[in-house]
Each structure stands twice: as structure tokens, then as C-alpha cells.
Write a protein that binds this ligand. Structure first.
Ligand SMILES: [Zn+2]
Length: 455
């Protein structure tokens, strides 16, 4: 088995149960697992990474994204809109989506995630325009395999079109049969539940305003039969709350609970507007939340009640959300935004820099119920990042170099990233694909599909 020795790291932040941080230590990888961590763990290895001046962390875990949206960043007409008008404009653009755009969008998003410290990402892909092949999710899996990220795509869906009182146009909807059939297909073809799996599948109707009640219920039943997790957007905006009260005469969580959407195999994106009683219910049932602070700020959706989440012991992880609402897939930037947004709202003692890092690592693993990732310990997955602190942006911060990673920072590009024992970022560059070619492909698609008058 191939071995990699990470030698003489300035710090190794293990995120283990004792929150152990080692100084001037080594980490030995054997195959796709961590073999040993400590001092002088060996001299010989197939590859030696000189970690002097570098900090080693578990790779970040991104719990919510729409990778295809990286091709819809900074769209002029919706730069200053809230969720519903923002979506209504984007739906029109998404009607022009192609399989190639889905693939290239995923390459952009995954590339940026890897460069900014993310080693496991989820995705929520839900746009299947009429007339296109139904296997669009496969394009994102192809991109993830090429770039080498640990991937947790969820098969999204839209079934409630405008003619039935939903928000999206009818030609972006699929029938329930089409959706469930393709959900079964992707589970059978791609879901690997093993400990060091590189691809696990989840199922994810888009939201209460774009999926029918019947689809929500049948999706969660199929997921439980197949033993996969379910994901959707919930309690993101007050508009959604009003929509649910008017249309279903229930608050969003009650509506979903009545459709069997509660439990440890469920995670909701956002969860900003849950009340106390609802948060207690989520904590009791171990239903989880993917928190996306940049997106919440960008769309003006609100500030999540982080102090209540802590008090009630709700399980939550961090997510960048789709790049049309962020407009970034910068996982490191999300960690910093997480800290700053909540300090701005609740005061400077609400969160330490270490807690912010923990949320992006340990919490993410707990959310996905994946114990082999999220911390650096012998026997766990060799998913880790190295950050070079010998840069001007970190100079003068030697008092606490780990906190400095969150409080200081430059462009948040990591020095090295290892996923499943394979080096996928080295010296701040992707090793499996050319960044320049990805950028070129993205610009080409945008200029031919969306900037040539088709809007
Ligand atoms: Zn989202």
C-alpha cells in the first residue's frame, strides 16, 4: 500500500474527542487511511510532504450545495433580490441548461471547494428541463470522480409547477414516476454505503413550494427502504412560511413532519425560521440542519438563531449553498463568514475560531452520519489539508496560529489537499485537472448559452 508521510507540521489539529492539537508532529498515511499521528512516526514513505510552517486539519465537509449554479454567479438582474424573485428569474435561465453545463458547473464548484479545503461535499441537483436526458446527476458524479473529491450527491426533484400553484415553470417539472424511477437508478448504480466510500447518494425534493406532498412522502419512503438519507430546503425565508400557512394551513416543519420527513436520516438546508418548539423537536428526533451563512446574508433571508441551536443541541453542519446565492464555493470563506455573521448578530463571545473550524469538520461528519471522516485519528480516512502559514497574511499571528486560520487568512487557497489518501491539491493547484481549462469551459458555456440573448 502506498504511504505518505506528513513531516514536522507546525500544528496538527486532530478534532478528536479530546480536541488534541499537536505541535511539530507527523502524520503517516497508509493507503486511504491514517495509520499514525505523533512524533517521529517514521522516516520512510513513498511520498514525504514537508509540513514545516504548515497546519494540518481534517478536510472540510460541505453539507449543502447546488454545483450547477456556479455558472450563474453575479447574474445582473438578481444581484439584489430575495429568494422567491431570485428563483423565478433563474428558473427561466435554467430552462436552457445542458448536460455539458451541468458537468462544467460541477467541475468549477468542486475545483473551488478542493482548493479551499473541502474534501467531502454534498450536492443537491434538482433541475431536469423537459427534453434533456434524465441522467443529469451522472454529470456531477463524473466531475467528482475526475477531480477526486469524496462525494455525496442527492437526487433532487421538482414536481410542482406553476399550473398547480408551485413556483417553477411547468417545463422544469418531472412526473413523480420519472423522479422515483431515476432515484432508484442512481441509488442502484452509484450508492456505496461502505466506510470509505467515495460516493453516497441521498434523495432531495427541492422545497415545499416546488415538490408535491405525494412526491415528498414517496421519496422519503423510498429512501428509507434503500437506507439512504433525505435532504430538502426548509425554513429558509418568511415567504416560505407564509406560503405553507396559506397553502397547507401549517408551518413548514409541521407540513413536512406530516409527510414523514423527520428523523436522523433527514437534513434540512437553512432552518433559519424554526421556532423554539420546532428546534426542540429537531434536536429530539436528531433531524439536522445545513447552515449556509453566506447565502443567508446574500439573499437577505435572515440570521440563523445559532445561540438557540447550541442551547437546544440541534445537530448542524456548514454549507456554502449554490453559487447563485453565495456567489462562491469557497469553503474556507464560509468558515470565516460563519464566525463573523454570528458575532455581528450575537456578540463576540458567541463562537471561538476553533468552534467555527469544528463545525466545518466534526459537525459535518455527524450530520452525514459518517464517522470515518471529520477528524484526524488512526484508522480514519486520509482526508486532510495543509495550510502554509509562512505568508504575509498570517505574519504577526504566532500567538495562536490555529485561531489565525479563521481570523486572518489570504485567499483561502490551501497548500495541499489529500482525499482518500490521494493528493488532489498540491502547492495550491489542482492535480487532476487544469484550472485554466475549467475556467475557459465555464466562460465558453456562459457566453454561448446565456449571454447571447437567451435569457
Ligand atoms: Zn440551496
Amino acid at each position: 500500500m502506498e504511504t505518505i508521510l506528513v513531516k514536522n507540521a507546525r500544528r496538527i489539529v486532530t478534532m478528536n474527542n479530546r480536541d488534541l492539537i499537536l505541535e511539530n508532529a507527523d502524520l503517516l498515511i497508509e493507503g486511504n487511511k491514517i495509520f499514525n499521528i505523533g512524533f517521529n512516526v517514521g522516516e520512510r514513505a513513498d511520498r514525504i510532504l514537508d509540513a514545516a510552517g504548515k497546519i494540518v486539519l481534517p478536510g472540510f465537509i460541505n453539507t449543502h450545495h447546488h454545483l450547477f449554479q456556479t455558472l450563474f454567479r453575479a447574474v445582473p438582474d438578481i444581484q439584489n433580490k430575495s429568494l422567491f424573485p431570485w428563483l423565478i428569474h433563474l428558473y427561466q435561465m435554467w430552462r436552457q441548461l445542458t448536460p455539458e453545463a451541468v458537468y462544467v458547473g460541477a467541475m468549477v464548484g468542486i475545483g473551488e471547494l478542493l482548493l479551499t479545503g473541502c474534501t467531502t461535499t454534498t450536492d443537491h441537483f434538482y433541475v431536469y428541463p423537459k427534453g434533456l436526458p434524465g441522467n443529469l446527476l451522472d454529470e456531477t458524479i463524473k466531475a467528482a470522480r475526475e477531480l477526486g473529491i469524496r462525494f455525496y450527491p442527492t437526487r433532487g426533484s421538482i414536481s410542482l409547477g406553476q399550473s398547480q400553484g408551485g413556483l417553477p415553470p411547468d417545463d422544469l417539472t418531472q412526473t413523480e414516476e420519472e423522479i422515483l424511477q431515476d432515484s432508484r437508478r442512481v441509488i442502484e448504480n452509484y450508492h456505496d454505503s461502505s466506510a470509505f466510500s467515495m460516493c453516497r447518494i441521498g434523495l432531495s425534493p427541492n422545497a415545499p413550494f416546488s415538490a408535491t406532498a405525494s412526491l415528498m412522502k414517496n421519496t422519503v419512503r423510498l429512501a428509507r427502504e434503500a437506507k439512504v438519507m433525505c435532504h430538502t430546503h426548509l425554513a429558509e425565508t418568511k415567504d416560505e412560511e407564509v406560503y405553507c400557512l396559506e397553502k397547507f394551513n401549517r408551518r413548514p416543519l409541521q407540513y413536512l413532519e406530516d409527510l414523514e420527513w423527520i428523523g436522523e436520516d433527514i437534513w434540512f438546508a437553512h432552518g433559519i425560521h424554526f421556532n423554539d418548539e420546532e428546534l426542540e423537536k429537531l434536536a429530539r428526533s436528531k433531524t439536522k440542519i445545513a447552515h449556509c451563512p453566506s447565502s443567508n446574508s446574500r439573499l437577505g433571508s435572515g440570521v440563523a438563531p445559532y445561540p438557540k441551536w447550541k442551547e437546544k443541541k440541534v445537530i448542524f453542519g456548514l454549507g456554502v449553498d449554490g453559487s447563485a446565492s453565495n456567489d462562491s464555493s469557497n469553503m474556507w470563506g464560509e468558515v470565516r463568514q460563519f464566525l463573523l455573521a454570528h458575532r455581528g448578530a450575537w456578540g463576540s463571545e458567541i463562537m471561538t475560531p476553533y468552534e467555527a473550524l469544528k463545525c466545518a469538520t466534526r459537525n459535518g461528519a455527524e450530520l452525514l452520519d459518517w464517522r470515518e471522516i471529520g477528524s484526524l485519528e488512526p484508522g480514519k480516512a486520509a482526508d486532510l489539508i495543509l495550510i502554509d502559514t509562512r505568508k504575509i497574511a498570517y505574519a504577526g499571528a504566532s500567538y495562536d496560529p490555529v485561531a489565525a486560520l479563521v481570523l486572518c487568512g489570504d485567499n483561502f487557497i490551501v497548500d495541499t489537499s489529500v482525499v482518500n489518501g490521494k493528493i488532489v491539491v498540491e502547492k495550491g493547484k489542482l492535480t487532476q485537472a487544469s484550472e485554466e481549462k475549467i475556467v475557459e469551459a465555464a466562460d465558453h458555456i456562459i457566453s454561448t448559452l446565456w449571454m447571447s440573448g437567451v435569457q
